[in-house]
Design a protein around this ligand. Structure first.
Ligand SMILES: Nc1ncnc2c1ncn2[C@@H]1O[C@H](COP(=O)(O)OP(=O)(O)OC[C@H]2O[C@H](OP(=O)(O)O)[C@H](O)[C@@H]2O)[C@@H](O)[C@H]1O
Length: 248
């Protein structure tokens, strides 16, 4: 593939219809945050929707621990959806002499024949541990900067196939507990420093997806504790947490 073909791959954006916003026939991206400030920066654009609906050949980016566990949050969805990629991630972690050695790097997994959707999966190692032993936010941000630089260089120099556009969830902002704006600044700065017009598409789940995520997590927890249906939280059909922030 020629250089110009490669450049054109950068432009491949999110799917035309993204989540709830498209159903309401308004714009599918948020214009500003609760303080009226723009949520988009030059290279990082925010959309409502499901990252797994990104076009084929896209790179789906998420933050990972170095222990070989995709046990919760969006990582669990990655494990359920892309079992072959999960096994590559797990082998990569377990074959490292020490988990800390892969911190601040990114594993870029090409689409696997037996996984759906033909997506590349980028695992940014931003914390050695997870749960109560998660790295402190400053350390996570430091690792995010080097892992993202590593990813950009991997994307440029990948033998045997060219990854498409970059699509990310709001990395570090859930289980890792780091304010999204801080990670976003790092991603924006790295992309600006790269000096190309590459865009990073970032997804904010819609209220329906957040509801589903909560239900799935509750079901998972109740399975783990043996609490059965007692542990489940039911949707009452009202506004979801994210819905209050939707602006059209
Ligand atoms: N379908 C979807 N489309 C788009 N965005 C979606 C989505 N579903 C959820 N999100 C959002 O994706 C963001 C990240 O939130 P997460 O809590 O998952 O990840 P994180 O980056 O803070 O932390 C990583 C550790 O969490 C895990 O848990 P374990 O360590 O295994 O226990 C891993 O393994 C890591 O280690 C949040 O904004 C979610 O709303």
């Amino acid at each position: 593939m020629s250089g110009s073909d490669y450049e054109s791959e950068y432009d491949e954006g999110p799917p035309a219809a993204v989540g709830l916003a498209s159903l309401l026939s308004g714009p599918s991206y948020p214009q500003d945050d609760d303080n009226g400030e723009s949520v988009d920066t030059e290279h990082v654009k925010l959309f409502y929707g499901d990252i797994f609906a990104a076009p084929p050949n896209s790179v789906l980016i998420h933050a990972c621990n170095c222990q070989g566990s995709w046990g919760a949050g969006i990582a669990l969805k990655f494990r359920q959806t892309y079992p072959a990629a999960y096994s590559i991630y797990r082998d990569h972690c377990l074959s490292s002499p020490s988990p800390a050695l892969i911190l601040g790097t990114t594993l870029l997994i090409p689409p696997q024949r037996t996984d759906p959707c033909n997506h590349w999966i980028a695992c940014m190692f931003t914390s050695v541990h997870f749960g109560r032993r998660v790295d402190p936010p400053e350390k996570i941000l430091e690792s995010t900067a080097s892992a993202f630089e590593h990813l950009l260089s991997r994307v440029k120099n990948t033998p045997g196939g060219v990854p498409g556009a970059l699509h990310a969830c709001k990395i570090n902002s859930g289980k890792f507990g780091v304010e999204w704006e801080k990670s976003r600044t790092i991603l924006e700065d790295s992309l600006a420093a790269e000096g190309k017009d590459r865009i990073l598409f970032v997804y904010e789940p819609t209220c329906g997806e957040i509801e589903r995520e909560k239900l799935e997590e509750a079901a998972q927890n109740s399975k783990a504790t043996g609490a059965g249906s007692r542990g489940r939280r039911k949707s009452k059909g009202g506004l979801g947490r994210g819905q209050q922030t939707l602006k059209f």
